[in-house]
Design a binder for this molecule. Structure first.
Ligand code: CO
Length: 191
């Protein structure tokens, strides 16, 4: 399973609207395998196919492994969703820290629905529905946005809600601590 190159900001590819997958072929299986490998290598928690230059509606999401104190059944679990759609979204929203593997060096505070239900196909082509909240819901919303050519920075109109992280994770973590709504260490927020 080779890794693929991640398309970064400025490349117009990221603004493309991805196409629906018509049949879950071997190519799609290979694409998903490569995306998983690529996301792991980049230490990300989510990835959309368009980020490896493939304009098809395929996303993967995997939160970090649970720590023992806070068991979370979704932690560490790998979700691969083909043709993902938001079937439900909570009226309640919250701000949280996001980064993007395609926008290295920046994180920002983005308002998202607290809970969503995602429907689509799993990697075997079977219908799937995932109920997600908090960080998992956030990552799904971020990845589905990618399928429509939307980036997290599009949701931020206040430049003070964008933070550079080029100085390294330590300082980024420090910056995140200053933000009362921060839930995610920037090192684990790239998606
Ligand atoms: Co992203």
């Amino acid at each position: 399973m080779p890794t693929r190159e991640i398309v970064v900001y400025d490349d117009p590819t990221l603004r493309k609207k991805s196409r629906r997958v018509k049949n879950v072929s071997d190519d799609v299986q290979r694409l998903i395998d490569d995306m998983v490998e690529t996301m792991h290598e980049a230490n990300g928690i989510g990835l959309a196919a368009i980020q490896v230059g493939v304009p098809q509606r395929v996303i993967i999401v995997q939160l970090p492994e649970a720590d023992e104190d806070e068991p979370d059944p979704n932690a560490g679990r790998l979700f691969a969703v083909i043709n993902p759609q938001l079937a439900r979204r909570s009226r309640e929203t919250e701000e949280g820290i996001e980064g993007c593997l395609s926008i290295p060096g920046l994180v920002g505070e983005v308002e998202r629905c607290c809970a969503v239900t995602v429907k689509g196909l799993d990697r075997r082509g079977k219908r799937v529905r995932v109920k997600a909240q908090d960080l998992l819901a956030r990552v799904f919303q971020h990845e589905i946005d990618h399928c429509d050519g939307v980036l997290f920075i599009d949701h931020i109109d206040d430049p003070e809600k964008l933070y550079p992280v080029t100085a390294g994770e330590e300082e980024a973590a420090e910056a995140a601590q200053e933000m009362p709504i921060a839930q995610v260490a920037p090192g684990k927020s790239a998606m």
